[in-house]
Design a protein around this ligand. Structure first.
Ligand SMILES: O=C(O)CCC(=O)C(=O)O
Ligand SMILES: [Fe+2]
Length: 330
C-alpha cells in the first residue's frame, strides 16, 4: 500500500545550511508533484506542546454544550471565530460529523484591518471556563506558524525562486486560521455515507495538521484513497488550492477526507497558512500552466480563478457555513 513521504525539515530553520536546504527542497518538490501530502519532522514543536494542546482540547469538548455555546461562532461576527456544534459545517455540501473551535491570528479591535471591517480578521473567542486552552493553543499556533513560514522558504527554493519569494509576495501578513476539531466516536450503526469531513481540498498555501493517535484521515492518491495514519510527533502537511494556482498545477492540492472508525473521539488540529487576504492570485511567471477542471472533486478549476485570496476564501466559506454568511457579512 502506498505511503506518504516523511520530510525532516530542520535545515529550513538554518539559513547557512545550503546543502541541507536544497535537499529538503528537492524532497518537497517530489512530494508535491506526487501526492501534495507529506509528513513533517524537525518542525520545532515539541511533544509537550502537542500533548498540552490535546489535553486542553479534550477538556474543552467535554464541557456541557451550553458552556461551549457561550462562544458560539454566531458571536464571532465577521471574524469567523468560535465554536460550532456537530453538523454545523458543510465541507462538501453535507453536514460534517465533527464539532470545532475556529481560531486564527488574534487581532484587537483597533487593528487597521479590523477597523477596515475585513472579513475573517478579528479577535479569537476563548472558553471562559477553561483558560488553559488559550495558553496551549497559542503556544501551538506560534510553533506551527513558524514552521509553515520556514517551509515556504523550502517551497521557494524548490521552484528555483529566492528563499523569501513567497514571504515577500504573499505572506508578509499571512492569513492564518487554526481549527481544533473533535470527531465524535461513531456508533457501529453509523450511516456509511456520513463523513467526519467530506472530500475537499484546502484553500490556501499550506496546511499543517497535528492529529491524535486514532487516525481517520484519507488522501486521494493516484492509485486510490490511502490512509494518513498518525506518526507520533510528526505533522501532516498538504498544499492548498492557491499553491496549485501559483505553480500552474505543478504542485497539487490533493483531495482528502476523514472518517473516524476508531471507536474513540478523534481530535485534529489543522493550521492554515495562507496568502495575505489582499494578495492577487495569478500564476508565477515562468511556470507551466494547466487548464481545465482536471476531474477535481468539485468540478471547478483553481486555474480559472482571478482575484484576491480574500475573494477566493469568502466564496468557499459561504458554501461551508451558509447560515452564517448573511449574518456576519451584511
Ligand atoms: O481532521 C483532519 O484530519 C483533516 C481536517 C481537514 O481536512 C481540514 O480541516 O481541512
Ligand atoms: Fe482539509
Amino acid at each position: 500500500m502506498a505511503t506518504l513521504p516523511v520530510i525532516e525539515m530542520s535545515p529550513l530553520f538554518d539559513r547557512v545550511d545550503a546543502v541541507g536546504r536544497a535537499r529538503v527542497a528537492g524532497e518537497i518538490a517530489r512530494a508535491c508533484e506526487a501526492h501534495g501530502f507529506f509528513y513533517l519532522t524537525g518542525h520545532g514543536i515539541d511533544l509537550a506542546t502537542l500533548a498540552d494542546l490535546e489535553a486542553q482540547s479534550r477538556r474543552f469538548f467535554a464541557l456541557p454544550e451550553e458552556e461551549k455555546l457561550r462562544i458560539d461562532m454566531a458571536r464571532g461576527g465577521r471574524a469567523w471565530r468560535g465554536y460550532f456544534p456537530v453538523g454545523g459545517e458543510l465541507t462538501s455540501g453535507a453536514p460534517d460529523q465533527k464539532e470545532g473551535l475556529y481560531l486564527g491570528t488574534d487581532l484587537a479591535a483597533d487593528h487597521r484591518r479590523v477597523q477596515a471591517r475585513m472579513p475573517l480578521h478579528g479577535a479569537n473567542l476563548w472558553p471562559p471556563a477553561l483558560p488553559e486552552l488559550k495558553v496551549a493553543a497559542e503556544a501551538y499556533m506560534a510553533g506551527a506558524t513558524r514552521a509553515a513560514a520556514a517551509l515556504m522558504e523550502g517551497f521557494s527554493i524548490s521552484l528555483s525562486l529566492p528563499d523569501n519569494y513567497f514571504r515577500d509576495a504573499y505572506t508578509t501578513e499571512p492569513t492564518v486560521l487554526f481549527r481544533i476539531f473533535n470527531y465524535p466516536a461513531q456508533g457501529l450503526g453509523a450511516d456509511a455515507g456520513s463523513w467526519g469531513v467530506g472530500e475537499h481540498t484546502d484553500y490556501g498555501l499550506l496546511t499543517l495538521l497535528a492529529q491524535d493517535r486514532f487516525g481517520g484521515l484519507q488522501v486521494k492518491a493516484p492509485g486510490g484513497w490511502i490512509e494518513a495514519p498518525p506518526i507520533e510527533g510528526a505533522l501532516v502537511c498538504n498544499i492548498g488550492d492557491m499553491l496549485e494556482r501559483l505553480t500552474g498545477g505543478r504542485y497539487r492540492s490533493t483531495p482528502h477526507r476523514v472518517r473516524n472508525v476508531s471507536g474513540h473521539d478523534r481530535l485534529s488540529f489543522p493550521l492554515f497558512f495562507d496568502p495575505d487576504f489582499n494578495a492577487r492570485m495569478a500564476p508565477l511567471p515562468g511556470v507551466a500552466i494547466t487548464t481545465g477542471a482536471d476531474g477535481r472533486w468539485d468540478g471547478a478549476s483553481v486555474h480559472d480563478f482571478d482575484g484576491t485570496y480574500g475573494d477566493y476564501l469568502l466564496s468557499k466559506v459561504a458554501k461551508v457555513f451558509p447560515n452564517l454568511v448573511d449574518e456576519a457579512l451584511t
